[in-house]
Design a binder for this molecule. Sequence first.
Ligand code: AMP
Length: 472
Amino acid sequence: MTFEPFAFHPQINAGISAAGYSTPTPIQHKTIPAILEGRDVLGLAQTGTGKTAAFALPILQRLMNGPRGRLRALILSPTRELAEQTHVAFTHLGRQTGLRSLTVYGGVSAMPQVKGLRAGCEIVVACPGRLLDLMGQGVVKLDTVEVLVLDEADQMFDMGFLPSIRRILAALPRERQTLLFSATMPAEIRELASELLRRPVTVEIGITRPIETISHAIYPVDSTQKLEMLLALLRAQQREAGSGKVLIFTRTKHRAKKLAQQLAHSGIAATSLQGNLSQSQRQAAMDGFRSGRVRVLVATDIAARGIDVSQITHVINFDLPDTSEAYTHRTGRTGRMENLGTALSLVTPDDQPMIRTIERLLGRGLERRKLAGFEHTAQPAAAETMAPTNRPPVSPARPQGSSNRPATSRPAPGRTSAGDRPHDNRPQGNQRPAASQRPAASQRPAPPTRSDAARQSNHSPRRDEPMPTRRG
Ligand code: AMP
């Protein structure tokens, strides 16, 4: 299928061609007709599925008719990065339409935003905090908004934006089209959706299972050996995947920062993306990673939300996440748009209950690999204690000691995500977002919740585990 049946305005079709899109993604295929009809939509989809264009294109189509110079579409985003990316998508896809999009978020001077709003625009992509500030100052009014998009609603909820969203909703016209996108459907979002959406069309695109294009493997290791093992894996990855990018996850922002420094010290082009960076530092980190100048980005879960970086061949869990959902989010940063990717996890004995939880989510065992030189670090009982099923591993077994060959030689265009909330004063690393409690959205084999994992294992998040230091 092509975009032709949607009968977009020729100026929008020009944007689609310029973006290089020839076939709608599944979420676009299902969502665009409903939005064009003016229906409310509940979209259950992760980033990387093409959901931004799924709402941006029909919104542009709607805005082609009607008044210019007044705010008609409002997109609420949890993070600055996602807001920027959405704005860029509107700008690119709508390049020939003359429609104007603006971003509104905190952490940067409000002046350019105020000027832009005063000059007039049809689309605003905003994080809730700064938008409320500007509403309070009378700089922006929402009474002309025709379409509201709540993007990554579960993330906005996790970040504590729900009260702000409710205040924004109170300032919007009751007669409007509302589109809500969320990767998961915790009870609070379900409630919000049933309150806000009128007879919505629900579209669900593979949510809770890590996408099929990712090969998953784990490397048993002692916590003191993690850094050495990571260095060995990165060197192997560089030999085999060349310019492929690597996204590494740690549990806390301090660990992200320290690990990036340790990698850089060891001659690897690495940087960190975590909540302690200023906006310009974040931008520099992202620019470096996007351009390929920095091959390795070390990030926390929150920081990694909302970034869009292509050609990530490997996601490495330096620290395993606390929930299987978070594992899905992390590993979904590679293998985007049906290209292949590799997800590797360094696993200590403490992580075994979470590995079982993830394996249940995947519906099969994760391939255990050993790395030459690290055999003694692997827990001897790992094979018995961690392999829950006799089903085949997710990816074909490789000979012991083999390096982690990338799953594909094709680059993996797609996106990752990152970013902290605009007024993020909460300590990032030492708290779990509410995501850990939220139920999985998909009905497919119900993924176990964090509390399941905790019950099974008495799993402690190991907050005090020291960052391994490099020996020698
Ligand atoms: P999203 O899920 O909106 O973050 O999009 C993920 C990536 O897919 C972005 O880099 C988009 O530019 C890209 N994309 C979106 N729609 C299409 C399409 N129909 N064909 C190819 N790439 C697309």
